[in-house]
Design a protein around this ligand. Structure first.
Ligand code: DGJ
Length: 692
């Protein structure tokens, strides 16, 4: 007897099947199948032949490959009983449940008392399938590894794209050729981490940003994940995602993976990107439709040197440039004059603010801006009243290495969470704070899932009691970005790099998973503090305008020209943000490797903007046409270069776009491409398009 289940979202179909009572396997995942497809036939067709050197049957690549059933690769589950003896369950079918939360497939192994439940839920609008695995045990067990539902990877694929990075260099796409054996990525730092964003895209052969098939995965967990992509000895390929191994440090009777998000595309990498962007924006984030205010963050202007008159002056200037939210960064609490002290002491520093934060907040409000405040709740400095009172609240041994001179508080403890809640709630109750920048500047001493669950619980409690307060997830820039934290926050601080050239690349690659509305991007100082590079204001402003815009330079450094350019671009952003913050970000296949380009397409397709940045000097002398994407081929669009006045003197010719708008078909724009005027490296063309 065969069981089979079919999941459809209008774009992708996923078929699960099981012979007899064995665990189900995914026998099809790809483009939508016809409604009448005979699943029995599919299952029969899926069975592999065997030849010399093989077992007499092929062990199933199930949703949780079982070590005890001759599976030749990495198992989906590694656990021990309370006494430390390895358990190797062999699961049998128990029941199926269809609920609002999706399809639940329940399996049990009577001998070990272990049960597994797989949940799958397709989303008909975002075209993301969410799935997860839950383990139940009759007696406490030690869990080493539990994979979310395990899926096969396509054979017509030559490489994997996963994501690495570093401080100021997040979202670096790594392409690795498939070969026999295992590619493992594991974030063991207790954060999703700069180094290992929990995402994977498997392109079919020949896939580009705009065409071909791709399979996207994202594991929504902030505590560090493990990914396995393995080519088995028989040639099949499997993908597993779960929490970092060993991060469940105590025995238990129930364990659940984080949700694994799946997106199949036959419109290139962009199909996965748009599915993830929409899912993050419309399903993961709470309050997705609030207008995104222009931020001003004072960190790179004053660092720890908080002086009320300076901050008021800066706020006044920021408001005149167009800022709508003023965020007071690190340095306002305890005796925090540098990063050696005071984390944990969440009281306003009376030396810097003798009358409290009121005068600054009132000033900010009088300028028409809202007020945001920086916290780093999970951390403590040894030089703090909190540490002196509760040295036992630290996570891990005291002789552990320090990171930025700080230690981590043990958020698995209810008393620690209660204390932090009370301190933060007091500040939020006493002040008109609309926004928290929630930082996390060091790694954990060891992977620990309970710490992440504790952080989630603290944020959830604060959110429940202060629903009007938005939160930004920051961890030295992009060290904690994933759909788990985004369920509790509204924005991510993508990187500490405010170097527009670096930021351009980082946010372009992050768009494979993140929508513009959650991706903070700030105009940094003229001389970038983290790269030493100097960039023109217009490049800095337009790069910030590609995402949720903000400023982070000291506005007192701006020349009149710089202030004007910045105010103009900010005005443009505000005029367009209503549709821009709900647009799909489509990465373009640039014929010139020096050009990083994307098209942001309004919902419904009535308008778009293309940002084409020359990130380096081109090899060839004249610009190559840039093919657009996502347009209707037989429709005419009016395209207009809105910053044509930025053309340098060395652009000596007279291409039509330098003179005015053009009306051309989508077929032309996508098939031939738009030829932009010559421009300098480190500058950006901005091309608007309207459907006529
Ligand atoms: C690291 C963050 O990424 C910065 O933006 C800033 O908030 C500092 N921490 C403050 O200590």
């Amino acid at each position: 007897m065969t069981h089979h289940w079919r999941l459809d979202d209008g774009r992708q179909t996923l078929v699960l099947a099981a012979r007899g009572g064995s665990l189900p396997e995914c026998v099809y995942w790809g483009a939508a199948l016809p409604g009448g497809e005979n699943l029995e036939t599919l299952v029969a067709a899926h069975a592999l032949d065997v030849t010399g050197g093989m077992l007499d049957e092929t062990p199933g690549l199930s949703l949780c490959p079982e070590a005890a059933r001759s599976f030749p690769g990495q198992p989906g589950l590694v656990l021990r009983d309370g006494g430390g003896t390895p358990l190797q369950p062999r699961f049998s079918f128990a029941e199926t449940r269809e609920k609002d939360s999706g399809l639940h497939l329940v399996y049990r192994d009577a001998a070990t008392g272990i049960g597994l439940t797989f949940r799958f839920k397709p989303d008909l609008e975002t075209h993301v399938i969410t799935c997860e695995t839950t383990l139940n045990a009759d007696r406490p067990v030690h869990l080493h590894w539990l994979a979310a539902p395990v899926l096969p990877a396509p054979h017509l694929s030559d490489e994997l794209i996963d994501v690495a990075g570093r401080w100021c260099g997040e979202f670096q796409l790594i392409r690795t050729p498939w070969s026999a054996g295992l590619r493992a990525r594991e974030s063991r730092t207790g954060r999703s981490g700069h180094e290992h964003f929990p995402g994977l895209i498997i392109p079919a052969r020949g896939t580009t940003n705009t065409q071909g098939e791709a399979y996207g995965f994202h594991y929504g967990w902030s505590g560090g994940h493990r990914m396995l992509a393995e080519e088995l000895p028989d040639g099949r390929r499997q993908v597993q995602f779960g929490h970092a191994t060993g991060s469940q440090t105590t025995p238990g009777t129930q364990f659940q993976t984080a949700p694994l998000y799946l997106a199949y595309s036959n419109t290139g990498l962009n199909g996965c990107a748009v599915a993830f962007q929409r899912h993050a924006r419309d399903r993961i984030i709470h309050q997705p439709n609030r207008t995104r205010p222009v931020h001003y963050n004072c960190w790179e202007a004053v660092y720890f040197d908080h002086k009320l008159p300076d901050l008021q002056d800066i706020a006044t200037r920021a408001a005149s440039l167009g800022a709508e939210r003023f965020v007071l960064d690190d340095g306002w609490f305890g005796r925090r004059d540098d990063d050696t002290s005071s984390l944990g002491d969440w009281q306003v520093d009376a030396r810097k603010y003798p009358e409290g934060l009121g005068p600054l907040i009132n000033h900010v409000h009088a300028l028409g801006m809202t007020f945001g405040l920086w916290f780093e709740p999970e951390m403590v400095n040894e030089n703090s009243d909190l540490f002196r009172a509760h040295p036992d609240w630290v996570l891990g041994p005291m002789d552990q290495m320090r990171g930025r001179q700080q230690l981590v508080l043990n958020l698995a403890r209810g008393d620690v969470r209660d204390h932090l809640y009370a301190r933060i709630a007091a500040i939020l109750s006493d002040h008109a704070v609309e926004y928290i920048k929630w930082d996390h500047n060091r790694v954990l001493p060891m992977p620990d899932a309970a710490q992440t669950s504790g952080s989630y619980a603290l944020i959830d409690r604060l959110r429940a009691d202060f629903p009007q307060v938005e939160i930004e997830s920051c961890a030295s820039g992009g060290g904690r970005i994933d759909f788990g934290i985004l369920q509790r926050t509204q924005r991510v601080w993508l990187s500490d790099s405010n170097d527009a050239l670096e930021r351009l690349r980082i946010q372009h690659d992050a768009a494979l998973f993140l929508p513009g509305s959650v991706t903070g991007s700030h105009v940094g100082p003229r001389h970038c503090h983290t790269s030493g590079r100097s960039l023109d204001i217009s490049m800095r402003a337009w790069v910030a305008a590609q995402r949720h815009m903000g400023f982070e330079m000291d506005p007192r450094e701006l020349t009149e020209h710089e202030a004007k350019v910045l105010a103009d671009v900010t005005r443009w952003w505000k005029g367009n943000r209503d549709w821009l913050m709900r647009a799909d970000i489509l990465r373009l296949d640039s014929a010139d490797p020096a050009v990083i380009a994307e098209l942001q397409l309004a919902q419904g397709g009535s308008r778009f903007v293309t940002f084409a940045a020359k990130a380096a000097t081109s090899a060839q002398i004249s610009p190559r046409p840039l093919r657009l994407t996502g347009l209707e081929p037989m429709t005419t669009y009016r395209i207009d270069l809105i910053n044509r006045s930025a053309a340098p003197g060395l652009s000596r010719g007279s291409p039509a776009l330098k003179r005015g708008p053009l009306d051309v078909s989508g077929a032309y724009l996508m098939g031939h491409g738009v030829t932009l005027p010559w421009h300098f490296p480190e500058t950006m063309w901005v091309l608007e398009g309207t459907r006529l």
